[in-house]
Design a protein around this ligand. Structure first.
Ligand code: UD1
Ligand code: UDP
Length: 379
């Protein structure tokens, strides 16, 4: 049943399309639903399908619009044009006072562009992250910058993100430091004594074994870099008998093909389907360390006190590295093997990294974001 919202003064449309956007936008949708005087309209592009639907189920969000643009093997151009066409119609019909996008995917850029074409105000959640290399992460660094140009409210997670925007001459009056909503979502999902639906995950002995959690999906890593990453973790599992690897594998068939040939044949390597967000974060809370090229995991792992080796050449999230929990190791076989070897053989090195820090906020980012919208847009 819809809550009594009083007289509607602001209509806010949230647009998102992939798993990480869903996770980080969900706490904002929940906050918008709570506030009197605000009408929340949710439009998903469904750039991801199954991977997004599980997030909607968990957070009990029923989108008002589902553009259903997903197709297997979709190209960047297809995602952009389908999202733009679908959004044009929805924005024209709903005429929101502000449209919110989150992060750096192609849905984000398309959402911002579609809003701009109709002179609709834009709020960019997770604004101001920069790697400094337009091709890494690709195409995300470009998506962020292109979205920034069109944005009216830059919701920057950290002071560093604000500084990045100031360096690009954005007006300080449009930048709001809020923390990252990833922490809001994490508070909602990680629980003590969590039991997994997937029995294999309950059977792993997280105390006696050292479990490595691996995720990898970045477009620029597909090919040689991903082969190096998978070969290095496989060889490390083979070296240490008390090490197990869990790899919830992305649905991208290109990632699956590489994984199958390299990681297929070891009974301490567990390749499983992508986990829903709740089991995934509860798994992360139990493992020994994390190897990833993901953006979101670089924020979650430090918060949970898990050392994280970032298998990318650049990162837009240096905060975790400065705090000591994350290390940027690149994608060469030798470097990753060496860093893993050190973490598994040198307890002091491991302890140095295994501490919970939270450079990304206090879990109240969504509240701050909605406050800014109210303060600026209420009649
Ligand atoms: C996208 C984002 C990336 C983000 C990632 C999160 C772009 C260009 N990339 O990358 O920034 O980090 O999501 O996971 O916006 N697939 C399915 N079902 C799904 C989702 C994906 O089968 O629910 C498969 C399809 O074959 C699809 C492929 O994965 O073609 C790639 O999906 P796509 O959204 O194009 O790129 P991602 O690598 O997921
Ligand atoms: N995640 C998940 N299931 C998985 C792997 C990741 O729910 O099997 C979550 C994870 O907790 C994080 C987000 O998905 O919040 C990160 O998504 P991804 O790595 O696909 O994208 P990125 O953050 O790199 O854009």
């Amino acid at each position: 049943m819809k809550k009594d919202k009083g007289v509607i003064e602001i209509k806010v449309m949230t647009v998102f399309g992939t798993r990480p956007e869903g996770i980080k936008m969900a706490p904002i949708v929940k906050e918008l639903e709570k506030r009197k005087g605000i009408e929340s309209v949710v439009c998903i592009t469904a750039q991801h399908r199954e991977m997004l639907d599980q997030v909607l189920n968990l957070f009990e969000i029923s989108p008002d619009y589902d553009l259903n643009i997903f197709s297997k093997g979709q190209t960047l151009t297809e995602i952009t044009t389908r999202a733009l066409l679908g959004l044009e119609e929805v924005i024209e019909k709903e005429k929101p006072d502000v449209l919110l996008v989150q992060g750096d995917t192609t849905t984000v850029f398309s959402g911002a562009l579609a809003a701009f074409y109709q002179k609709t105000k834009i709020g960019h959640v997770e604004a101001g992250l920069r790697s400094g290399n337009l091709y890494s992460p690709y195409p995300e660094e470009a998506n962020r910058k292109l979205t920034g140009i069109l944005t009216d409210f830059h919701f920057a997670p950290t002071e560093r993100n604000r500084q990045n925007l100031l360096r690009e001459d954005y007006s300080d009056s449009k930048i709001f430091i809020t923390g990252n909503t990833v922490i809001d979502a994490l508070k909602y999902s990680v629980k003590e004594d969590y039991t997994f639906e997937l029995e294999k995950l309950n059977q792993l002995d997280y105390n006696k074994k050292r479990v490595i959690l691996l995720t990898s999906h970045r477009r620029e890593n597909i090919g040689e870099p991903m082969k190096n990453i998978f070969t290095a973790v496989r060889d490390i599992v083979e070296k240490y008998e008390d090490v197990e690897l869990v790899f919830p594998i992305h649905l991208n068939p290109k990632v699956r093909d590489i994984a199958k040939t390299i990681l297929g044949k070891n009974d301490r390597i567990h390749i499983i389907e992508p986990l829903d967000y709740e089991p995934f974060t509860n798994l992360m809370a139990k493992v020994h360390l994390v190897v990833t090229d993901s953006g979101g995991l670089q924020e979650e792992a430090p918060t949970l006190g898990k050392p994280v080796l970032v298998v990318r050449e650049e990162t837009e999230r240096p905060e975790g590295i400065e705090s000591g929990t994350a290390k940027l190791v690149g994608t060469s076989y030798e470097k990753l093997y060496k860093e893993l070897d050190t973490l598994l053989s040198d307890q002091a090195e491991y302890e140095k990294m295994a501490h919970a820090v939270n450079p990304y906020g206090d879990g109240n980012a969504s509240e701050r974001i909605v406050d800014v919208i109210e303060e600026n847009l209420k009649l």
